[in-house]
Design a protein around this ligand. Structure first.
Ligand code: UT7
Length: 315
């Protein structure tokens, strides 16, 4: 019988724009305060792109991930960029990245848009395509410039988001359990029309509805992964959740009866960077040496669509 091939992250990287925007900076633009934002979201600052493009950040994060993976760029046989904020409609960010990194010319490169769940969709697509093609390594990136799509007069949204990119080099490998799940339900409670000439091209969101959705779907996703893998929450070293709101993550920790220190958070530094949020967390944890051999993490994302996705990873 053929052995099941899992997916292992072998290198990570992340990048963020130079410009830091504090809560106090935002309180000069809209009727808000550092105290309100910290208390209601946990966010302290975020990075907004001025000169950087989505591609600049995706490139910096990917180059870092390749370096950490210790493989040659020619070894990559698939490149996926998760984003809802590409620099242009075509070519895709992934093709632009392929060119800038100098990846092989005959490999599939494409973008996916599953909003904040994009990186987790990307991992599962990478697993499926590598399995099908016999390729060994893929580059999966989440990269967003959300600040250009924010209405800086809407205090309900402009305080939440930030820009950044995270990347992972993944390897199809025997002996590393990988289980992923994903879904969507066709809701439009987070909406970004994006067309410059439309009445409202900016992020529109029913914050409370999204909050309620998040606190119900995240535990469901975690429990689904546990059920399918026969593991218990105690077997899991880290729960890597989409970085949207500290209160959402605290609620999930309580619901799962797990200590909060298993839930790494960096939303205080970046805000919500959508598809980039989970790979940025993974890269920071990696830099801190938290992924020693055998460590297990369940990553969970949720976002516009509504979409959701989760994956069990082992190092
Ligand atoms: O990737 C997924 C993306 N989105 C999310 O995950 C968002 C999930 N939702 C949330 O994080 C929270 O719902 C928010 C942070 C967006 C809002 O927090 P909340 O505790 O749900 O606040 P609320 O919407 O219930 O508003 C409470 C009050 C309102 O004032 P009144 O009506 O009670 O007088 C708001 O107008 O807070 C007011 N408010 C603010 N006040 C100061 C809303 N935004 C702000 C603000 N500063 N930035």
């Amino acid at each position: 019988m053929e052995k099941e091939m899992g997916l292992r992250i072998i290198g990570t990287g992340h990048a963020a724009p130079k410009k830091v925007v504090t809560n106090d900076d935002l309180s000069k633009l809209v009727d808000t305060s550092d105290e309100w934002i910290r208390e209601r979201t946990g966010i302290e600052r975020r990075h907004f792109a001025e000169e950087e493009t989505n591609l600049d950040m995706a490139y910096a994060a990917s180059a870092d991930a390749l370096l950490h993976a210790g493989i040659q760029k020619e070894d990559i046989s698939l490149c996926i960029v998760a984003t809802f904020s590409p620099d242009m409609q075509v070519p895709s960010q992934a093709c632009l990245l392929q060119q800038r990194l100098g990846l092989n010319r005959d490999i599939p490169c494409f973008d996916i848009n599953a909003a904040c769940s994009g990186f987790l969709y990307g991992l599962q697509i990478a697993h499926a395509l590598l399995t099908q093609s016999g390729g060994q390594y893929a580059l999966v990136v989440g990269s967003e410039i959300i600040s250009h799509r924010l209405n800086m007069e809407d205090r309900g949204t402009c305080i939440l988001f930030g820009d950044g990119a995270g990347a992972a080099v993944v390897k199809l490998e025997e002996g590393y359990p990988f289980y992923g799940m994903m879904g969507a339900d066709g809701d439009d409670k987070i909406l970004i029309c994006g067309q410059e000439d439309s009445e409202n091209p900016y992020v529109q969101m029913d914050g409370q509805a999204v909050f309620k959705f998040a606190v119900s779907i995240i535990p469901k996703c975690i429990n689904d992964v546990l059920e399918h893998t026969g593991l218990t929450a105690e077997d899991i070293d880290y729960f890597v959740c989409h970085q949207a709101n500290r209160r959402i993550i605290e609620y999930v920790a309580k619901k799962m009866k797990q200590p909060l220190d298993k839930f790494y958070m960096n939303l205080q530094e970046y805000g919500n960077t959508s598809a980039a949020s989970i790979p940025i967390v993974l890269s920071e944890m990696d830099d801190k040496g938290m992924f020693t051999p055998g460590k297990k993490a369940i990553c969970v994302g949720f976002g516009a669509g509504f979409t959701w996705g989760a994956a069990l990873l082992q190092w």
